[in-house]
Design a protein around this ligand. Structure first.
Ligand SMILES: [Zn+2]
Length: 205
């Protein structure tokens, strides 16, 4: 390979890398509403874990409290997330077999709407056996990561404009308590591609 060709290739790969890492493909403003005051520690862990899960999409998240919204903010793309139950792990909930959902995305006339629910009580219930033996700070970390996984699942429906599920990864139709609490849970390659394909290119959405 001639030097000049190599140089051009290096330049191109540097540009591609910069496009992937430095400049977000778009910004998503997440308006949050909590049924009960959440644990700041859990919320911090949730935001960090959501950033890690959504990293392949190169999106920038702008978190805002819905009650502080004036309606006059200039935002590109929004999603409103309602957190039900208590998003703090200092009290434990006993596990009960339950058909209630951990999260949901609103749909009207077949369209995915930018409104999602995350149910912290159901998450804590499902993770009861993982939370019970953990230290107080570890409980907040486990809860925060689980909240991020459920929220990432709902954002997947919204961003990919799909109600479909995957057999593994974040886009699974349901999780076990262990999947919510343990290890690393990320999107599979097929779902990564479907979200990327649905995201408009260029600045903003
Ligand atoms: Zn789903």
């Amino acid at each position: 390979m001639k030097f000049s060709t190599l140089f051009v290739l290096l330049m191109l790969s540097a540009m591609a890398l910069r496009g992937q890492s430095d400049e977000p493909a778009g910004a998503l403003t997440i308006y949050t509403r909590f049924a009960h005051p959440p644990s700041p520690l859990s919320i911090g862990y949730m935001k960090t874990e959501l950033d890690a899960i959504m990293l392949p999409f190169n999106l920038r998240f702008d978190w805002r409290a819905l009650e502080a919204a004036s309606g006059s903010e200039a935002v590109a793309e929004i999603v409103v997330v309602s957190f039900k139950g208590a998003c703090q792990a200092d009290t434990l909930i006993r596990w009960e077999p339950s058909a209630h959902m951990l999260g949901s995305t609103h749909i009207a006339d077949g369209q995915i709407l930018p409104f999602a629910d995350v149910d912290c009580d159901r998450i804590r219930e499902l993770m009861a056996s993982s939370l019970a033996p953990a230290s107080p700070s570890e409980r907040e970390r486990l809860l925060g990561h689980a909240m991020a996984r459920v929220l990432a699942h709902e954002l997947y429906h919204f961003l990919a404009h799909t109600t479909k599920h995957a057999s593994t990864g974040i886009a699974k139709a349901s999780y076990t308590g262990n999947e919510l609490a343990a290890g690393v849970l990320r999107f599979d390659e097929v779902q990564l591609r479907s979200v990327r394909a649905a995201l408009p290119t260029g600045a903003g959405f």
